[in-house]
Design a protein around this ligand. Sequence first.
Ligand SMILES: [Zn+2]
Length: 276
Amino acid sequence: MADKQVEADQELLDAARKGDRKALDRLLEKYQGHVWRFGMKMCGDPEDAKEILQETLIQVTRGLKDFRGASSLTTWLYTIARSFCIKRRRKSKFAPDREESLEAEAEVRAIPDASRGPDEALAGRQLEQVLDEAIRSLEPMYREVLVLRDAEGLSAPEVAEVLGISVEAVKSRLHRARVAVRERVAPKLGIGEAQPAPTCPDVVSLLSRHLEGEIDPDACKEMERHLAVCPGCKGACDSLKQTLALCRTAPPRVPAKTQEAVRKAIEQFLAVSPPS
Ligand SMILES: [Zn+2]
């Protein structure tokens, strides 16, 4: 998190701890879109996402006093949201009987491109839908890494903290998840992508590793030279970049009805256990 943001959050936190309801509301409002999106992307169901949002915000309200500080506010939030997400997934009627394995995923051929109308907004919505489906088809252990890193914008060490795994494990899951999601989204992007030659490097994985600072400058230059002469690999790289750009949109507004229900639940919680 940027320093200014941490400072602003710390002020809100301090005030909220002293029982300032407005500060608490502002703090929760600030993060509710993120938690909502995380729940939607992980569970794919508005009812599940609402439960996750509600339980997370109540838990945050309850835990304010013991909380370390604003610098780790986001990791704390996602850690809580994730635990509710896992609980929810276990009992959800929407939980799939079986998760597709990533290996099977890699073999999924391009979804045939539906005729794209002139309506760009519609095309945008279709793209979003394809992206969501691609993310949802990942196994949860890959899905959560991609959502936290590429949608929510946490750093790899922050993701590692939320998940309780090593940064190396985060990065290796992330690369596999990105490769699988790009594979599904690419045919919808309209980027000309020729079949790579047998001698072509695995540019999508290389680019993903480059984005995580794992590629040394020499290997980087070599890749740039290859991309300059190989339109197929260039297209593959561009499609990964665009897929990631699609992931990194601003968090959506929480539906008004959901906000209201969550607010009521927090009111009820505070009425039973007011902050001391
Ligand atoms: Zn190539």
